[in-house]
Design a protein around this ligand. Structure first.
Ligand SMILES: *Cc1c(COP(=O)(O)O)cnc(C)c1O
Length: 399
């Protein structure tokens, strides 16, 4: 859905509340309702014929092109990303990454991926893109403008993810994007951790900004969704590719995602504060080595986070000192407020054993101890700390 042109640019908190709520979509109520429909009806054959000529968002055509429920959400995400022309929605974050990359790559091309990429992004590149004749190479996430040394005349795209969702290395996104743009290479960023609120990606030089809306946009752990937002140059290509691949999200899911979006600002701020409280507490524990939180000194790229980001969200990792697989499991199993499960960005806290060294190919991840990733939810951080302290007793007994 492309941006509506006559809106004033408000602060992000206001935008999260007002964006996408066009009167013609909401009628007299506050939230755009769920418009369920495959068939869209035309008044006359002449109207039907005219509809084919205008492949524009905001026009009824057929269910796959969406309805006001999806248009409203997409428009809101576009308005919240400074410099954006439009947003496409996908049924998962992985679908958004896969379709956005397909929009800019063709057989014979090479693509560079950060070595800290989300594992399914790697599998997609190594298996699917390879079958399509696209070669994937991996680069050190801490590389900056020197990335240009890896460019060949076949390099057509660079995938960034900052911070990485296991190891939290913060990338020099502006430097990488500047080098790529100078070489005519498109950049795609997995911006799930920060969202446009904490990292306005297009302003920092990114061409296509992608989020797993499953995480903070939805915020309630009950919907899978992805979104890709881009500027004028890539908008038509991104949109056509998504349409050709039949990408559509259900109006019910779009409704829930839009509902989540309205509280994004207060949720993110609370996730930020609580995660910082827990991270600083962990840093002082004898059982803990490095705390890999972009706002803490231990985190590779912390200085870049300070320079480029407007905040930090609720996901980070920490190293246990001296623990092995068994003691890490004893620690996690002893937690009662933290669920054990994939995903994150919801209101509930989660703990996950993570082993990033298994996924690296361009760099070596030096493990100083078993790694635990925490999603800090919206519970009272004091209760979370009590829970973690109790789990450390189990951990110490298991050593
Ligand atoms: C979860 C996640 C995705 C994928 O999103 P899904 O909606 O689960 O497909 C992509 N990138 C990152 C960093 C993620 O954490």
């Amino acid at each position: 859905m492309a941006k509506s042109k006559d809106k004033p640019t408000n602060s992000p908190a206001t935008q999260a509340v007002t964006s996408g709520r066009r009167k013609e979509w909401t009628g007299a109520i506050v939230n755009p309702p769920v418009w369920r429909g495959s068939t869209h009806l035309y008044d006359t054959v002449a109207d039907l014929r005219a509809g084919v000529k205008n492949n524009e968002d905001g026009r009824f055509f057929y269910g796959r092109r969406g309805s006001p429920t999806q248009w409203s959400l997409a428009e809101a995400l576009t308005e919240m990303e400074p410099g954006a022309t439009g947003t496409m929605l996908y049924p998962s974050g992985v679908a958004a990454i896969a379709c956005a990359m397909l929009a800019v790559l063709k057989p014979g091309d090479e693509v560079l991926l950060t070595d800290s990429s989300y594992d399914p992004s790697r599998s997609y590149a190594d298996a699917f893109l390879k079958r399509m004749g696209v070669t994937a190479h991996y680069y050190d996430p801490l590389t900056g403008e020197d990335i240009s040394g890896l460019f060949t005349n076949k390099t057509k795209a660079v995938l960034l993810e900052s911070p990485g969702s296991l190891t939290f290395e913060v990338q020099d996104v502006p430097a990488i994007c500047k080098a790529a743009r100078a070489a005519g290479i498109v950049t795609l960023l997995d911006n799930t951790w920060a969202t446009s609120r904490f990292f306005p990606a297009l302003e920092k030089g990114v061409d296509i900004s992608i989020v797993a809306a499953t995480k903070y946009i939805v915020g309630h752990s009950d919907v899978m969704m992805g979104a890709a937002t881009t500027h004028e140059k890539y908008w038509t290509r991104l949109r056509r590719t998504a349409q050709q691949l039949g990408q559509v999200v259900s109006p019910d899911d779009a409704y829930l995602a839009a509902r989540g979006l309205r509280t994004l600002e207060v949720r993110l701020k609370q996730h930020e504060q609580s995660a910082l409280t827990v991270a600083h507490w962990l840093k002082d524990r004898p059982e803990v080595g490095r705390v890999l939180h972009p706002a803490l000194l231990d985190c590779p790229g912390h200085e870049i986070w300070k320079r480029d980001f407007n905040g930090s969200s609720g996901l980070f990792s920490f190293e246990l000192t001296g623990g092995d697989e068994t003691s890490r499991a004893a620690f996690i199993d002893a937690l009662s407020l933290f669920g054990i499960g994939y995903s994150w960005g919801g209101f509930e806290s989660l703990a996950l054993p993570v082993d990033p060294e298994k996924y690296r190919t361009a760099t070596k991840w030096e493990m100083k101890g078993a790694l635990v990733r925490l999603n800090i939810g919206l519970e009272d951080p004091g209760d979370l700390i009590t829970d973690l302290a109790k789990a450390f007793e189990h951990y110490n007994n298991s050593l």
